[in-house]
Design a protein around this ligand. Structure first.
Ligand SMILES: [Zn+2]
Ligand SMILES: [Zn+2]
Length: 95
């Protein structure tokens, strides 16, 4: 189990109520679902597809896609703070 932390001070807790992905999504996702590439990204039909045409294999993959398109280059969130994942406790897993 790796608990991630955000540069803004947010940290995942053991309970996993809010993951770092949830947090980053919350600060970066625009209200109009428009990504940094100027296209719209929103889960469509069927499940695990994005309206941009992407098909994900898992919900996690779809989340990664959303984060990738919604995260600005400077990683500054809508609250004006910088949000980047800084892994706090990483287990040295042989990968
Ligand atoms: Zn998309
Ligand atoms: Zn943050």
């Amino acid at each position: 189990m790796t608990l991630a932390q955000c540069a803004c001070g947010f940290a995942e807790d053991e309970a996993g109520d809010e993951t770092i992905s949830d947090h980053l999504f919350a600060v970066f996702a625009p209200e109009d679902d428009k990504g940094t590439d100027g296209r719209y990204h929103l889960e469509g039909e069927p499940d695990l597809t994005c309206v941009c045409g992407l098909t994900a294999a898992t919900p996690g993959e779809l989340d990664m896609h959303f984060l990738a398109v919604f995260t600005p280059n400077d990683a500054i969130g809508r609250d004006g703070k910088r949000h980047v994942t800084v892994t706090a406790v990483a287990r040295n897993g042989g990968r």
